[in-house]
Design a protein around this ligand. Structure first.
Ligand code: ZN
Ligand code: ZN
Length: 416
């Protein structure tokens, strides 16, 4: 009734810089080798590559110090992910190389692979919930040593100079953050490749420290789903005793319930999936409401301090606005598209409510959510898959058939 069409997870869009991507795509189409220092994309047009090497590409190592790597990538929006050999940049003095152990599967991965945001470059290798073991460090690296466990979330770089970067808001970098995949690398413009791979090279200041004792496979989703839901609760100051609603119980939503509860809120979860009602107490929700329960919506009208929606596509927001009390806040983190049919400002203004949005979180805050989860013994509910199952996992994710996050065990990847 209230149109929770899908309640899978979403995260940041990698939709900036589309013109550079178009340029990159044109360059690729022309068959030019991009011999740059980043996640190397190789010669041959997509069509040539797809037809000549249907199983995987085997690009030449165009950079002398490049690191051979293997992952899963899509060669076009219409194709499934498949094994793909490529190259990571050679270590710069401030770089850390991780051997990837686990990579979470976010709804943004699927949006990007299928070019649903109309900004994807191919080959496209997603993955921005990465946990790995440090394999090598550059000469100037001081905070990581070989063998440490590190995490990488949605960003791998930013300008580090603008007012937002200096405020720890790299995700809102005025010059454009470099996202972990499908984003032009600073200085080279080369398309970044994400964590569906055996290794990644990142500048030290964008690597998150993972405290000892955390369950690594269940920690990976904190790097997108965790921070994306934690950041708005911190920014808008959710405090103990407040009534918090979480709309859409997928990867993001289930972490939002856990994080809100750990911050002392009274949490109500809203789901379109009857089977998820039974998970309410396990997740920490005080109450669970099915989307078509009109009576519940009437009963709860004007009772919420804060509502977080995690639905990854357009939906009717107005029934949730009506649930806010005077001065209540509704924050959207799932959808990165126009919200239809629009917001009725009679409802918003009539109770001095606010409706807003939030995108992932900065690097310092990402470390904060990891440390918070370590301290409160919070982790994601995960279903571990081998990388060969990724295309099947996408289909299940579309149908909300995951409790609550797929995580790829990178041991499954054939490195040949
Ligand atoms: Zn994500
Ligand atoms: Zn910046």
């Amino acid at each position: 009734m209230h149109n929770i069409a899908k309640e899978e997870t979403s995260g940041p869009s990698n939709s900036a810089h589309s013109s550079r991507r178009q340029m990159l795509t044109r360059t690729l189409s022309a068959g030019v080798v991009l011999a740059a220092t980043g996640s190397l994309i190789v010669a041959k047009s997509q069509a040539q590559a797809a037809s000549a090497r249907p199983e995987h590409l085997a690009p030449p190592l165009a950079e002398p110090n490049g690191i051979p790597a293997v992952g899963y990538a899509a060669l076009s929006a219409a194709e499934p992910l498949r094994k793909f050999n490529f190259q990571r940049r050679g270590l710069r003095p401030d770089d850390v190389q991780l051997e990837i152990l686990y990579a979470g599967v976010c709804h943004s991965d699927l949006h990007t692979v299928r070019d649903e945001w109309h900004s994807s470059s191919y080959p496209c290798m997603p993955g921005h919930e990465i946990v790995g073991r440090v394999k090598a460090v550059g000469a100037d690296v001081t905070s990581f040593k070989v063998g440490d466990i590190g995490g990488v979330g949605c960003m791998v770089d930013s300008c580090r100079d603008c007012v937002n970067c200096k405020a720890g808001l790299e995700q809102y970098c005025l010059n454009g953050a470099t996202f972990t995949y499908n984003s032009p690398e600073k200085g080279t413009g080369v398309n970044t490749f994400g964590g569906y791979s055996n290794t990644v090279v990142i500048t030290e200041s964008f690597v998150i420290h993972i405290p000892a004792g955390m369950d690594l496979k269940a920690t990976a989703p904190l790097l997108c789903a965790g921070i994306t839901t934690f950041s708005p609760m911190r920014h808008w100051k959710v405090v103990p005793g407040q009534r918090v609603g979480v709309v859409g119980i997928g990867g993001l939503g289930h972490m939002a319930v856990k994080l809100a509860k750990a911050q002392g809120a009274r949490v109500v979860m809203f789901t379109s999936t009857p089977a998820k009602l039974a998970d309410a107490s396990h997740l920490g929700a005080d109450e669970a409401v099915l989307e078509d329960d009109e009576d519940a919506y009437k009963r709860m009208a004007r009772s919420f301090d804060f509502i977080l929606t995690t639905i990854p596509q357009s939906f009717d927001i107005n029934p949730y606005v009506e649930l806010l009390k005077t001065d209540g806040l509704l924050i959207n983190v799932g959808v990165l598209a126009p919200i239809t049919p629009g917001i009725d400002n009679r409802q918003v203004a009539g109770m001095r409510r606010s409706v807003g949005g939030s995108l992932i979180g900065g690097i310092e805050e990402t470390q904060e959510v990891i440390d918070f989860c370590a301290a409160h013994k919070l982790q994601a509910d995960v279903e571990i898959i081998p990388i060969q199952e990724i295309n099947k996992a996408y289909e299940r994710m579309i149908h909300s058939d995951v409790r609550y996050r797929f995580v790829i065990d990178m041991k499954s990847l054939d490195l040949s």
